[in-house]
Design a protein around this ligand. Structure first.
Ligand SMILES: [Ca+2]
Ligand SMILES: [Ca+2]
Ligand SMILES: [Ca+2]
Ligand SMILES: [Ca+2]
Length: 640
């Protein structure tokens, strides 16, 4: 018994494998703390960052464990959704449920003001409108409303299936609105009722966005049904519970998709088809959007943003529990023209740089031979304080994506793809399969089966991750010994577990620029009277201690200093931001500043101090408490 109790769980094995890879690279697990360290020392914290995601970003060893993330983030009542034998009278269940919905609605309305704009106009999320929605929400109270709705709906769904059901169709008014009981024949239901319970038949449901603090729930007990329209919940509580049949869901948006509220879609059986354009199939901002399909060979199709997509305080979950499934996300045009479309799907936590933090996106598939197809930002992808997880628990699966996918993260984010078993094939162009940029953490873990990994010419992948800000990004690929690798069409040996350190190149100057910081760099770069420009910059630093361009002045100082460089460096060294101080120390290394900086708890400043000691030819103090990657690896450039 003692032996059994001491057996490590699979999850802790995964953690120890990641730890040993990081140790071999000289990074140590300290490299996993970079996201949190940047967050704590950056200013200000990104808007709409969900506490849950920040907490997981602060302990990425927990974040690499898909099972644990699932346990910690998915409400327990959604996990225990098996229909229970029940002799309860339908009328009793209904009365209790309507009372509970009334209370959940009251909580929702108290937690949110009206969300005026639609944050997903057309097919593109609007950061500005997401921020406006953030202002309308009291997040902890909203969480209580969401849980009240989820718990009540789970109880009703698991109880009603075997309840003693009435024979006659009817309508009644209740505190939440109209309640409709359908017939056993083929019904057509409009979008206006608050609660529809239909005992059978091939029904058609027209759906409309659930807004203004409304409740909209459908419970369908049988038949091959069709759901169509747009059932996105914006400040609303919505659920579709369909117990059987091969159903067709075709929506503009919606299907377990919510902004400021909750949307659930629970389908218990049948081979189903889910189709939507945008923000669908487990997608959320400021709330919970979950699609749970219990069985059957299902097809999920989408243009972008869904199938386990979370942004701005949202948790989006797609959980398919059985069958051979197909997940396809076409992608919408990429404004940066990176060669493929934006998908934001299949386990994607996505934010908007400098504006809105990402959320949590999870796609979990419990079995079957599945096909996953997407373009960019997909299949275990984190971007800007987001966390994306794709967790496939078995079967021979095929994964196809373009870039920023399959265990990839960029900009202080985490992306994880875990596949537990089966002979799988992974294909992407690059920046994929255990890779990261800009201080992200990307992991692909698949150590069960003779898998095939294929990348295009882009070198970022298979554990290669580029440093930024003098700090590591972390990419880890865990594979079985029998795995096969193909690079740019040619078979290649397994990649090394400790690829050489690489630094992300600095962003190329764009001159002229309308961005105040970039414009400052242009001005210094092109100045004919450099001394005069620097005199003006010194005046700015003296007169405006809080100027937001201080970091840019430090970058300019490294590139083209003038005779007042020492004075500029001293002015920058007094700033509160450790990022500015780090850039200044990089630009103009000085021993007294380096001695103070190396004892800071800001990794970036410590990295700058370490580089300054090296440049000045002085050994750093032996007792300074540095993260492993600064103790054991030579200092790298601070690119930004
Ligand atoms: Ca039906
Ligand atoms: Ca079904
Ligand atoms: Ca399925
Ligand atoms: Ca599978």
């Amino acid at each position: 018994m003692a032996g059994c109790a001491g057996l490590p769980e699979r999850s802790s094995l995964l953690e120890s494998r990641v730890t040993s890879v990081l140790d071999r690279r000289g990074l140590g697990t300290d490299a996993l703390l970079v996201v949190d360290n940047l967050l704590r020392h950056g200013a200000p914290a990104p808007r709409a960052a969900p506490p849950l995601v920040l907490e997981l970003l602060a302990r990425p060893l927990a974040a690499v464990d898909a099972a644990r993330i699932f346990r910690e983030t998915v409400p327990a009542s959604l996990v225990a959704l098996e229909p229970t034998p029940s002799n309860a009278w339908f009328e009793d269940l209904l009365k209790t449920y309507v009372d509970e919905l009334t209370e959940a609605q009251r909580l929702l309305r108290a937690a949110t003001r009206e969300v005026e704009e639609d944050p997903f106009p057309g097919g593109v999320p609007s950061p500005r409108d997401l921020l406006a929605a953030a202002d309308a929400i009291d997040a902890p109270r909203l969480q209580r409303a969401n849980l009240a709705f989820i718990n009540a709906t789970s109880r009703f769904a698991t109880g009603v299936r075997n309840a003693r059901f009435p024979d006659e169709a009817r309508q009644l008014q209740s505190a939440i609105g109209t309640v409709v009981i359908g017939t056993r024949g083929n019904d057509r239901h409009g979008p206006d009722a608050a609660l529809i319970i239909d005992p059978g038949g091939d029904d058609v449901y027209e759906r409309a966005p659930v807004r203004g603090g409304a409740v909209s729930v459908i419970v369908d007990l049988g038949g091959n049904d069709e759901y169509r329209g747009d059932d996105l919940a914006i400040r609303g509580l919505s659920a579709i519970v369909d117990f059987s049949g091969d159903d067709r869901y075709a929506m503009e948006r919606g299907l377990g998709a919510a902004i400021a509220g909750t949307a659930l879609l629970l389908d218990y059986s049948g081979n189903d088809r889910y189709e939507a354009k945008f923000f669908s199939q487990g997608a959320a901002a400021f709330g919970i959007g979950a699609l749970i399909d219990f069985g059957g060979d299902d097809r999920y199709r989408l243009e972008a943003w869904g199938q386990g997509f979370g942004t701005a305080g949202g948790v989006g979950l797609l959980w398919d529990r059985d069958g051979n499934d197909q997940y396809a996300v076409a992608g919408v045009p990429d404004p940066f023209d990176r060669g493929s479309g934006l998908s934001g799907a299949q386990g994607a936590g996505f934010g908007f740089r400098g504006r809105v933090a990402g959320g949590l996106g999870i796609l979990r598939d419990d079995g079957g031979d599945d096909v996953y197809e997407a373009q960019m930002f997909a299949q275990g992808s984190g971007y800007y304080y987001g966390l994306g997880v794709l967790w496939d628990r078995g079967g021979a699966d095929r994964y196809q994506a373009f870039r920023y996918a399959q265990g990839n993260a960029a900009h202080q984010a985490v992306g994880v793809l875990v596949d537990a078993a089966g002979r799988d094939a992974y294909r992407a162009r690059g920046a994929a399969q255990g890779s990261a940029t800009a201080n992200g953490v990307g992991l692909l873990a698949d150590e069960g089966g003779a898998d095939r990994f294929e990348l295009g010419p882009d070198e970022r992948g298979w554990g290669r991750a580029e440093w930024l800000r003098g700090l590591p990004s972390v990419g880890v690929l865990l594979h079985a010994g029998s795995a096969q690798f193909t690079r740019d069409g040619k078979a290649v040996p397994a990649p090394p577990e400790d690829p050489p350190v690489a630094v992300q190149p600095p962003t190329a100057d764009l001159c002229p620029s309308s961005d105040p910081g970039e414009a400052l760099l242009c001005r210094v770069r092109d100045a004919s009277d450099l001394e005069q420009v620097w005199r003006e910059l010194a005046a700015i630093l003296r007169q405006q201690p809080e100027t937001p361009v201080a970091g840019w002045i430090a970058i300019a100082l490294a590139r083209r200093p003038a005779s007042n460089a020492e004075e500029i460096a001293a002015l920058l060294a007094n700033r509160r931001s450790c990022n500015v101080r780090a850039l200044a120390l990089r630009a103009w290394p000085a021993l007294p500043e380096a001695r103070t900086a190396i004892r800071s708890d800001c990794f970036r400043l410590q990295a700058a101090a370490r580089a300054a000691f090296a440049r000045l030819g002085v050994a750093p103090p032996a007792d300074a408490a540095l993260p492993a990657f600064l103790r054991r690896l030579p200092p790298q450039e601070d690119t930004y």
